[in-house]
Every structure is written in structure tokens, then in C-alpha cells.
Design a protein around this ligand. Sequence first.
Ligand SMILES: C[S@@+](CC[C@H](N)C(=O)[O-])C[C@H]1O[C@@H](n2cnc3c(N)ncnc32)[C@H](O)[C@@H]1O
Length: 248
Amino acid sequence: MAEPDQPSIARMIDFWLGGEHHYPVDVAAARAFEEAYAPCAVIFRALRAFLGRAVRSIADAGVDSFLVFGAGVPTRGNVHEVAPEATVLYTDVDPVTIRLGQRILAGSDRAGYGFGDATDIGTIDPAQLHRFVPGWGRRPVGVVFLGLAAFLDDETLARTLGELYEAVAPGSFLAVDFDAEELAAYPRALAMMGPMFRLRPPSAFGPLLGRWEPGADGIVPVARWRPDGEPADVPDAFFGAVATKPVA
Ligand SMILES: C[S@@+](CC[C@H](N)C(=O)[O-])C[C@H]1O[C@@H](n2cnc3c(N)ncnc32)[C@H](O)[C@@H]1O
């Protein structure tokens, strides 16, 4: 793959997670971001650890296939690594990220990577969907929607989560996170995320989930969602939940 000349947030996250799938242009952008807001690495590690605990809990509930939106780089404790017995379809809208993901997963018969706009499920290749998420709409699945909500306005996010709720079978799960207002105190960092990047107060999160039910664990800072032992001591930048579409 030719070396990209533009940084990508997905590969910057890979850098912060200690991964191997980023380029000098991503490291430079990550370092510049850290000058405006230092604790990126610990925050994204806490978010990835939440993904791991959330996916494990969903797999332990008997779900054996996952659909991942805004997937970024599919390594460093990602879905097929924490639930190797499951099948996984990673999707993203960024062609460079998709090519990178396809290269990383080449040869896997349980995990694939393709185009998918989270705001329009119909953009996913049906053949890929049925191969990696068999019984879509008829069997319970795990939908992973992390690192994405901040890129969608309230109306689009609520509609998207509502359409996903309609599309999945009862008994399905949604792992989701929201950006809280931590970055508001760091305007230089916030400006680097672009004008469409949305921070939200925690009171906004519940209504955006619509009919998805977050259950007893609630919508909490990701480090506090069913922590393994003492929660990681990180700023409350991301809140997360594992919500369900209950069986009627
Ligand atoms: C901040 S990264 C998060 C990556 C990964 N989910 C994580 O948590 O580390 C956001 C990703 O969402 C993708 N993205 C942005 N808008 C999207 C959309 N409408 N549908 C699907 N992916 C989208 C971007 O290309 C990027 O790879």
C-alpha cells in the first residue's frame, strides 16, 4: 500500500494504542494533537479496553457474530481478537482504512472488512454481510458503534441507531460510546477535530439511544463499565454502554 500523505484518526488511534499500522504522517498529527491535549494514549486505551469487555460480555451472552461500524484499524484488542470464536464484519467509509483493514485480515475466514456507511445500512455489501453476520435480522448479533457518535449530528445519530434497532433481531446488543465535554476545555484540540465534531453532555446520551435499552450497567465513563478490578484512572472523555434489543 502506498504511504498515505494525509493522517487518519483511525491510524492515529493505532499509534496511541501501540499498534503497527500507522505512518510518519499519523505520528506527526498524533504528536501535534497531544500538544493540545496530552492524555490521548490513556483515553484510547481505556476505550479499547471497554470494547474488549463489552464484546466479551456480548459473546458470553451467546452472540457469535458482530457488525462493526467506523471500525478503523482492526487490531490491538479489536473484536475478532477478543472474541476469536465469533465471525466479524468490520466496516468503515474511508477507502484507505478499508484497504488497510482488508490487508490486515487477508486470509482470515472469520473476519472481513468492507465499505459501510453507518448512517445507511444498505451500503454494506449483502454478500459480505451474510457471510460474516449470518442470519442478519433473524439471529441476535452484536453491533459495535464506537468512536463514531461524535461525527454525527443528533438527528442523524438518533435515526441511525433507530434504524439499526429495527434491522437487528431481538436479543441483539449494541456497544456504543459518546464523547462527553472533556475536550471543550481544550479549544485547540477541539478545533483539530473539525467543525462537525460533536461533544455532548451525559444527559443527552440516553435519549439518543431511543429504544435500545442500556440495562443496569447504564451509560457510564468507559473505564467504569464493568471494570476488571480498579477502573483505569483516566479523564471521563468517553461514556459507553452495552444496550440490548430485548426479546419481546
Ligand atoms: C475515531 S475513528 C474510530 C475508530 C475505531 N472505532 C476506534 O474506536 O478506535 C472513527 C472512524 O469512523 C469512520 N467514519 C466516519 N464517519 C462514518 C460513517 N458515517 N460510517 C462509518 N464510518 C465512519 C472514520 O473513517 C474512522 O475510521
